[in-house]
Ligand binder design. Sequence first.
Ligand code: ADP
Ligand code: TYD
Length: 208
Amino acid sequence: MTLSSTFITFEGIDGSGKSTQARRLAETLQTEGHDVVLTREPGGSPGAEQIRKLVLEGDPDRWSAETEILLFTAARRDHLERTILPALAKGQVVICDRFADSTRMYQGLSRGDLRKVVDQLHSLMIGREPDLTILIDMDPDTGLTRALSRQGSEERFEDFGPDLQRQMRAGFLALADEFSDRFRIIDGARDMDAVAADVHATALKALS
Ligand code: ADP
Ligand code: TYD
């Protein structure tokens, strides 16, 4: 096993292929001898998975925008303490489907301009950024079609509508610019193998 202690996150709009690509990267790196932990947000630890149900199921309007930020941050804190930091301390590669950039976008943009609140809470309670963030970029219409094809019981943010989805895409691209040292943008509107090859090459650079 190669010990390479690297924290990689996937970001992008709903249906862009993050979960698919995170899983494929984890499998490929594992085959190559890396010790990999594949995880996701909201969730990734027993406590955070409980909070996931609070934010993604039931009536979304029962939380104010501010309470929602606290819930996502509480889930992240538990995930960081129980899963991410222990794995990195053991030299494992942590691959996480969404992280703080999703809160910057979804909670920071969708219900008013709350980006500052998100950032303040992040520096107070999380204080950790990924080593590499892979942004799977694609136009929202394609993403939405894909996402709706596998809708389950979770109240997802896909219900946002096309304008907000477009705003999210632009927001993620702006975030990639803001944190250009750790963000890499990959075109997700291609077949899975082509996207996976780019993701793999990008991750290998971060690992070396
Ligand atoms: P996300 O985690 O970003 O919401 P998923 O990985 O769950 O996206 O993908 C959403 C849906 O689109 C799934 O049904 C998945 O199988 C499919 N999908 C993922 N990547 C591609 C691709 N490159 N081309 C076509 N369909 C894809
Ligand atoms: P996820 O399971 O990744 O959904 P998808 O596969 O459709 O991308 O995430 C569930 C939803 O949670 C998604 O709509 C984005 C939202 N979310 C936030 O609003 N804030 C956050 O901090 C995170 C991590 C997710």
